[in-house]
Design a protein around this ligand. Structure first.
Ligand code: SF4
Length: 311
């Protein structure tokens, strides 16, 4: 059965002509533009293959990239790509119709990874890791076929933070999802232009745009329970402590290796008094040294008589 599930929502969609919507659109596009600029994600002549699953994130990604291409100082090609994994009930007419309606070049790839996964993984076991590996291989192969120099994925800021905590809580690693990544074989460049966008902004935008959302549970697999927990934890923090999530996101860009404990990143064994740290390794800005007697008085408190010139 071909169905399109509407995006669950606790908020009303913003009218597409309202100022609220236009502000939201501008905010998302600005954030995408900033991420692209900060990480040099797209350059002149690039072919960007945008992976579109039919979820809110990838529709938003495609929409923002198309809008930005209109006014970008560089010329690049966009090819929307969907992988039909032959999950039961996948409405395979929706994405081609959508791509046609907006006039974007596209490629639909059909590969029955669903059957492979069902065949290989015993009932009740998590299927996502094999499924993702198969999908990644097909995405890379397709990128090579269409000559894509960039593969754009729809992960956003909150996905990146969830991954950070997943890796810390369950993997013993400080590792998130990078905005830009070279594939293991060095042949592909993966970019995440939504790296600065919040999931709630994306969800609001998607509702207002009325994207034809395809449900993400067709494979019958449950969303990773641990990821769900982390998401709930971050959302609770966001409600309870305004600014905490923003600070966490900023921290991903301000890593101080000398104040962690990884000997591969910082030469703790080799340092001694007199070692000068690189600028990036300095955790706190040094306090300005008092330059005059006046400064000393202000720094230590009680004004007192001090000699005009210090020895
Ligand atoms: S949720 Fe389903 S489609 Fe998504 S990675 Fe897991 S098995 Fe694959």
């Amino acid at each position: 059965m071909n169905t399109v599930t509407p995006q669950p929502s606790t908020e009303q969609a913003d009218n597409r002509h309202s100022n609220t919507f236009l502000r939201l659109k501008k905010k998302l596009e600005r954030s995408v533009g900033e991420a692209i600029g900060d990480y040099n994600m797209i350059g002149d002549g690039d072919t960007v293959m945008v992976c579109v699953s039919g979820g809110k994130d990838s529709y938003t990604l495609l929409s923002c990239l198309l809008a930005l291409r209109e006014r970008a100082p560089v010329k690049f090609r966009i090819v929307a790509m969907n992988l039909d994994q032959k999950q039961p009930g996948f409405p395979d007419h929706i994405l081609p119709a959508y791509f046609e309606s907006i006039g974007v070049e596209y490629r639909i790839v059909t590969e029955d990874t669903y059957s492979i996964v069902k065949d290989k993984i015993p009932e009740g076991k998590t299927t996502c890791s094999l499924c993702s590996r198969l999908r990644r291989g097909i995405i890379y192969r397709t990128a090579a076929e269409i000559g894509a120099t960039r593969i754009a994925l729809g992960h956003h800021r909150d996905d990146m933070l969830e991954t950070l905590f997943l890796n810390m809580f369950f993997g013993g690693k400080i590792k998130a999802m990078p905005p830009k990544l070279v594939s293991d074989d060095g042949k592909h460049m993966v970019i995440r232009p939504l790296a600065y966008c919040t999931e709630s902004d994306i969800a609001r935008f998607a509702r207002s745009m009325d994207f034809p959302i395809i449900p993400c549970n067709l494979c019958g697999s449950q969303e990773n329970a641990q990821r769900k927990q982390i998401k709930a934890m971050l959302q609770a923090w966001g409600r309870e402590f305004p600014g905490r999530i923003e600070s966490l996101a900023t921290s991903l860009k301000n890593v101080v290796p000398s104040h962690l404990a990884d000997r591969k990143l910082f030469d703790f064994v080799g340092i001694d008094r007199g070692t000068l740290l690189d600028e990036g390794d300095i955790a706190f800005d040094p306090q300005p040294l008092p330059a005059s007697g006046d400064n000393i008085v202000r720094l230590v408190g009680e004004p007192r008589n001090i000699p005009e010139a210090l020895p």
